[in-house]
Design a protein around this ligand. Structure first.
Ligand code: SF4
Ligand code: SF4
Ligand code: FES
Length: 360
């Protein structure tokens, strides 16, 4: 039997109170979706956007569901005239302070702000507020572009940088209409503690933080096909989405699957997110090369290359013994591939000379 004192009521439904839980999470638990813009389960709430305001009986003002803890006997209303009027008002306010045309706003990634506005409606199209937010025009880092006219000061990017990446390279600066995203002394990101993880791009709900190479390529994410893959830069196994321009057979950028869906929880490192230009680089080897009689490297089929390898290994073993051979594997290979390399070294060639970079 649950203790009636430890219950709250959300839209007429009784919910048990869990220590420290917010109204947003308690509502989600019973299938009620409260719209949010500045919330991310990985971050402490900032209650910056005010989209999630709900009515709490006895409170004079509406309360942010993302930042208000539940308590016994609380009575919450997440729908109805006042709540829905506030959502439309807030969305109009934010839209007036950013790029109003969805297609322009989504020239890089999706805009959660526009998605919410379409879902919940607005209180009307309000005249654009001229943004006074300062940019950082001298920031010539190659990956992260900050476009202040699109920023709604939700602080998702700075909280992510602080609480997930733990480097605090960017911060909210100034006050009022001048509130902007900045760095210490407005330095370029590459002159700060920034690790170029690109997480600030990923969490931004308006496209104010965008990916430079993808902007130069010029095709919005909505026109690209996502192909799920596993990052091969290290052995962690982060899941990535390759964003592919099918018509040009080109990987335009790499994004993380949403938080909470894969092992990397929406995060990527600089290599996983940005080090993908090798895919289409003209120097990339796309076929095996075999050394010819004259010492030059010549293209060959995989069958020819593997036959030459087997022949060479067998020759060294017969002329110098098995311990003249050594096998080196890589932490970029899967566990299974590493297992097979040591199996081949020991079982097929009879040597324990096998090593892998992660072992050092
Ligand atoms: S790229 Fe990563 S480390 Fe750099 S500012 Fe953005 S979130 Fe912070
Ligand atoms: S750049 Fe994007 S994530 Fe950062 S405060 Fe502005 S709108 Fe929010
Ligand atoms: S999501 Fe609660 S105030 Fe932004």
């Amino acid at each position: 039997m649950s203790d009636p004192k430890s219950l709250l009521v959300i839209d007429g439904n009784e919910v048990d109170v869990r220590p420290g839980e917010t109204i947003l999470h308690a509502a989600r638990r019973i299938g009620i979706d409260i719209p949010t813009l500045c919330h991310d389960d990985r971050l402490d709430p900032a209650a910056a956007c005010r989209l999630c305001l709900v009515e709490v009986e006895g409170a004079r003002l509406m309360q942010p569901a993302c930042a208000t803890r539940t308590s016994s006997n609380m009575v919450v209303r997440t729908a109805g005239g006042r709540v829905e009027r506030n959502r439309r008002f807030i969305l109009s306010l934010h839209l007036a302070d950013t790029i109003q045309e969805r297609a322009v706003c989504e020239d890089n990634g999706p805009s959660r702000l526009h998605e919410m506005a379409e879902l919940h409606g607005t209180a009307g199209v309000w005249p654009a507020i001229e943004s006074e937010r300062a940019a950082r025009p001298d920031d010539d880092n190659p990956y992260v572009a900050f476009r202040p006219d699109r920023c709604i000061a939700c602080s998702l990017c700075t909280r992510y940088c602080d609480q997930v990446e733990a480097v605090s390279a960017i911060t909210m600066a100034a006050r009022g209409a001048r509130t902007t995203v900045s760095t210490a002394d407005r330095l370029a990101l590459t002159d700060t503690t920034c690790e170029l993880c690109g997480g600030c791009i990923d969490v931004c709900p308006t496209g104010a933080m965008s990916e430079r190479p993808a902007l130069v390529y010029g095709k919005p994410e909505a026109e690209l096909e996502k192909v799920r893959s596993t990052c091969n830069f290290c052995g962690v196994g982060c899941q990535v989405d390759l964003n592919v321009d099918r018509a040009a057979n080109h990987v335009v950028k790499v994004t993380s699957p949403p938080p909470g869906t894969t092992v990397n929880d929406g995060n990527l490192c600089v290599k996983g997110r940005f080090a993908n230009d090798f895919i289409h680089h003209e120097d990339r080897l796309t076929t095996p090369l075999i050394r010819a009689e004259d010492g030059s490297l010549q293209p060959a089929s995989w069958e020819e290359a593997l036959a030459r390898t087997v022949e060479g290994l067998a020759r060294v073993k017969s002329e110098h013994g098995a311990d003249a051979l050594a096998f080196i594997s890589s932490s970029r290979c899967t566990v299974e591939e590493n297992y097979l390399i040591q199996k081949m070294a020991r079982a097929a060639y009879g040597t324990h000379n096998v090593h892998q970079c992660a072992a050092t």
